[in-house]
Design a protein around this ligand. Structure first.
Ligand code: NAG
Ligand code: NAG
Length: 343
């Protein structure tokens, strides 16, 4: 056999192997890689875990060179945050924003697929809220200038941005969030970029377990629990997301989508509200719901990206629940079984 033919056959095999690897490699689910622990695995090991469990997307709260280095060539999509404390500086100066981009994104563009750059996490409303839109604009200018249309700029907000979230049709931003959100949403609408929202049925449920049923919080209700006009809800997650859609509509914005940048359930720290079984049930059902592409009652069939919070239990967070959001212990063992996701 000629050498060229052997090379062709080898190429073919490599292609087949690649296809198998890609098919098995990833589900369209993200996991937040929080790093507030002094006992976490090395970034290389973490990337191997994402690959092993087929987690296709990572969210990182701020750039960390060791993680970015480890991500090179991994084919894991990255949502990269700008640290809250960097917002004032970047808002004040296009040069500072450019330098952030040149340090944290540009050197990796050939090897990492950045999907979002996120200007701050849960800073609206608050002292830093005023800086979010200017940073988004500066960053967008840089990306547009470089023709990087695949990288989107957004920000991530908590449900506390809403003054009212129930019933979902009455969702509205709070008075102290409204003006900032209007500016941000106009920007997102013009760019065709979704808003990132952090949605935790756990927090709503544990703040009012008398009135909210556990099944409604865990996606395990057999039928509708909440009726709201002509829509009905069998899970609290959809109701929260639709609360955001209603709040946007109230500001005249009906064409901005959402990405759920955080959702999850802690496995310990709050008595029988936090067991590995409940956390496993929530996170499994959350991921299945995201993968189903069913959307929400207000936006049926609209695909919503979702990210679980979080990859690891983090021992440098406040004691109790806060340390127990992880799917994995720092020794890389699962806290409970969620992967592979069964249909
Ligand atoms: C449901 O109610 C909304 C708001 O009242 C209305 O705009 C919509 O057309 C209704 N949809 C159906 C299918 O009746
Ligand atoms: C926790 O225990 C209390 C008291 O036994 C019970 O009423 C409640 O339903 C339990 N909650 C969960 C989530 O299991």
């Amino acid at each position: 056999m000629a050498l060229a033919e052997i090379a062709l056959i080898l190429c073919g095999l490599a292609a087949i192997n690649n296809q198998i690897a890609v098919a098995r490699a990833s589900i369209d689910i993200g996991v937040n890689y929080g790093r507030q622990g002094n006992d976490l695995p090395s970034p290389d090991n973490v990337i191997q875990m994402y690959k092993k469990y087929g987690i296709g997307k990572m969210r990182l709260f701020k750039p960390e060179p060791s993680v970015l280095q480890a991500l090179r060539g991994s084919q894991i999509d990255l949502v990269l945050g700008i640290a809250n404390e960097d917002l004032p500086n970047l808002a004040a100066s296009l040069d500072a924003t450019h330098s952030w981009f040149a340090t944290n994104v540009e050197p990796y563009l050939n090897d990492i697929q950045f999907t979002f750059i996120v200007a701050g996490n849960e800073v609206v409303p608050g002292n830093l809220a005023q800086f979010v839109l200017p940073v988004m604009q500066n960053m967008q200018n840089i990306l547009t200038g470089k023709g990087l249309a695949a990288v989107k700029v957004s920000t991530s907000v908590a449900v506390s941005t809403l003054g009212q979230s129930y019933p979902p049709s009455q969702g509205a931003f709070s008075e102290d969030s409204k003006e900032t959100m209007q500016g941000i949403l106009k920007f997102l609408a013009a760019q065709g970029t979704p808003l990132l929202i952090n949605a935790y049925p756990y927090l709503a449920y544990t703040s009012d377990p008398q009135d909210i049923s556990l099944d409604y919080a865990l996606f395990t209700a057999n039928g509708p629990i909440v009726h709201d006009g002509n829509l009905s809800y069998s899970n609290l997650f959809d109701a929260m997301v639709d609360g955001f859609f209603s709040a946007m509509e109230q500001l005249g914005i009906s064409n901005v989508g959402v990405v759920v940048s955080e959702s999850g359930w802690p496995s310990a720290g709050n008595g029988n509200f936090t067991t590995p079984e409940l956390a496993a049930t929530y996170n499994r059902n959350f991921m299945k719901h995201i993968l189903s592409g069913d959307g929400t009652p207000k936006r049926p069939g609209s695909y919503i990206e979702g990210f679980v919070f979080a990859m690891f239990n983090e021992n440098q967070k406040p004691a109790g629940v806060e340390q127990n959001w992880g799917l994995f212990y720092p020794d890389m063992q699962p806290v409970y079984q969620v992967f592979p996701l069964q249909g």
